[in-house]
Design a protein around this ligand. Structure first.
Ligand SMILES: O=C(O)C[C@H](O)C(=O)O
Length: 464
């Protein structure tokens, strides 16, 4: 069953059960592209704006109090997730997000009218444009919703997940701070390091990424709302931007403020581009961690085999007993996606034409996907990889003993050239360093014991 809804182009048939109106229905018909829905976080961001706008408009005397109350009530239902099925539009629509803004305006009006005792949908007593969209344009609402959604996702999902992974690595690092193993540079044997030291690098790298993300947040907390169509604020009252930003801050608990230049807030997306750059830094860090651990876990017989990754599931459908570094694979795949998303965001953000950037949906779709993947990735990797990861101390000791670069400890005693001769002879003739050194007559057995001590080669100022 259907009903007739109208917009400025005429009449449209809308399913009876839908709260939306003509403009949402037209978008559904005109943009049957892909199956990427507009993220719910953006739609909830828009609903929060409608609620805040109703309050400010009510206070200013720009909306009758009963209409404002109906809008707030319907917006609250949307925010509670009661109407999530009423937002069917895809990302690949108008570049300003107008159709999703209208989708939210129509659903809130459609439900408010029902709450007022009228049939679902329609424009009486609550009109989607005149009342729900009062003092607003999609051009300021949509970027505001983008910033709200991004800030909430970073604050509530990503930052706690980074701490979780960092905490797990810190615990593992502390537990193995004295476990000596061979270091590797250029993928070749180098001087010793402890497993704890090796892991401490990952924690510091995560800290850099986290700091970059945190420092992007203040600009993301600046909101375009109040700029209306082109940034001048036409059709909104004086002070509307400041008033709605503080209303949104109070409603969300996040430190939102009005953007100092509304023209830039509509036409550009520098704050979200910067945030995406910081997410790229985190993806780069996670890629390094995942790659290192799958290398160190390679084997179990014919690889490095210095760490044992948790055996979470059978790895192969054909090779019995094989276990694969699947957590590292998932983490590095999602890092690739985030790196790609950052490229798409960069292209899209560079396409501001005159007063409006019309690549907004693709920016926020990619950005929220990156935040979600990184947050889930950090938590999942902690729980299903780091928490169950154990070093193989025996294998580490074996590699250390056979390693030729312990010879570096002899540099201060016999010089680089003689030390190099020892290493080359040991490698060429399959000897230990000790055997080669003694055969060359460059030092005694006792001197070798005193000078070549991996545990004394782990910090600045140490001399073998
Ligand atoms: O939807 C609006 O409020 C404005 C639209 O994006 C436009 O600039 O044409």
């Amino acid at each position: 069953m259907s009903r007739i809804e109208t917009d400025s182009l005429g009449q449209v048939e809308v399913p009876d059960e839908a709260y939306w109106g003509a403009q949402t229905q037209r978008s559904l018909i005109n943009f049957a592209i892909g199956n990427e829905r507009m993220p719910l976080a953006v739609l909830h961001g828009l609903a929060l704006i409608k609620k805040a706008a109703a309050r400010v408009n009510d206070r200013n005397g720009d909306l009758p109090a009963d209409i404002a109350r109906l809008i707030e009530q319907a917006a609250d239902e949307v925010l509670d997730g009661k109407h999530d099925d009423q937002f069917p539009l895809v990302v690949w629509q108008t570049g300003s997000g107008t159709q999703s803004n209208m989708n939210v305006n129509e659903v809130i009006a459609g439900r408010a009218n029902e709450l007022a005792g009228n049939p679902r949908g329609g424009k009486v007593p609550v009109h989607p444009n005149d009342h729900v969209n009062r003092s607003q344009s999609s051009n300021d609402c949509f970027p505001t919703a983008m910033h709200i959604a991004a800030a909430q996702a970073v604050q509530n999902h990503l930052l706690p997940a980074i701490s979780e992974l960092s905490g797990g690595l810190a615990e593992l690092s502390a537990r193995h701070m004295k476990l000596v193993k061979t270091g590797r540079t250029h993928m070749m044997d180098a001087t010793p390091i402890t497993f704890g030291q090796e892991l401490s690098a990952y924690i510091a790298q995560l800290d850099y990424a986290e700091r970059a993300i945190r420092s992007a947040l203040p600009d993301v907390c600046e909101l375009a709302q109040g700029g209306t169509a082109v940034g001048t604020g036409l059709n909104s009252p004086h002070g509307f931007g400041e008033a709605i930003a503080s209303e949104l801050a109070a409603l969300s608990g996040l430190p939102f403020v009005t953007a100092p230049n509304k023209f830039a807030a509509l036409a550009g997306h520098e704050p979200l581009t910067t945030l995406s750059g910081a997410l790229k830094t985190l993806a780069v860090t996670l890629m390094k961690i995942a790659n290192d651990l799958r290398l160190l876990g390679s084997g179990p017989r014919a690889g490095f085999a210095e760490v044992k990754l948790p055996a979470n599931e059978p790895g192969s459908s054909i090779m019995p007993g094989k276990v694969n570094p699947t957590q590292c694979e998932a983490l590095s795949m999602l890092a690739c996606q985030v790196l790609g998303n950052d490229v798409a965001i960069g292209f899209a953000a560079s396409q501001g034409h005159l007063q409006l950037n019309v690549f907004k949906p693709v920016i926020i779709h990619n950005l929220l996907q990156s935040i979600r993947l990184l947050g889930d990735g950090c938590s999942n990797f902690q729980q299903h990889c780091i928490a169950g990861l154990e070093p193989d101390a025996e294998k580490m000791a074996e590699h250390l003993e056979r390693g030729l670069m312990l010879v570096t400890a002899l540099n201060p005693h016999i010089g680089y050239d003689k030390s190099a001769e020892i290493a080359k002879k040991a490698y060429a003739e399959g000897l230990t360093l000790r055997e080669a050194a003694l055969q060359l007559g460059y030092l005694t057995d006792e001197q070798f014991d005193a000078w070549v001590r991996p545990e004394n080669m782990l910090e600045a100022g140490a001399k073998g």
